[in-house]
Write a protein that binds this ligand. Sequence first.
Ligand code: FES
Length: 163
Amino acid sequence: MFSEEKLNKVKEIIARYPEGKQKSALIPLLHLAQEEFGGWLSPETMDYVGSLLQITPIEVYEVATFYSMFNLKPVGKYLFEVCQTGPCMLNGSDQIIDYIKQKLKIGVGETTPDGLFTLKTVECLGACGYAPMMQLGKHFREHLTPEKVDAIIAECRSKANAN
Ligand code: FES
């Protein structure tokens, strides 16, 4: 369940849309829920969001399973979302994905045993001019090379150790 404060935010989001069109608030509410409930959307969380909007669970699942920005299983503290669409692929995203797999000893869709890293592949993130690239949290990491990947992993580990 959302806190009182988040429920106020929910009301504010729903009020952005015309009467009877509350379903339009689904994507922002799923983002809010994902942020609030550990970085992923469990079936219970999706059902809860559906109940807030008075829509059926299937309407929520349809949206949540369509967009790669919603995680349907738990993810690590640092989620590497590597673009694998054409322009990134032509610029070496396959090699970057393989490098991350080998470096972190996980496959795509997996999380390291320490819970720090998850590797995910996604479709075009609209930053093709900076290929190969990935999204990490709210930021893009661009023109990836194995050296840059090493630096990003080291940066994440040092941030995690500092917390
Ligand atoms: S193809 Fe990778 S960002 Fe567009």
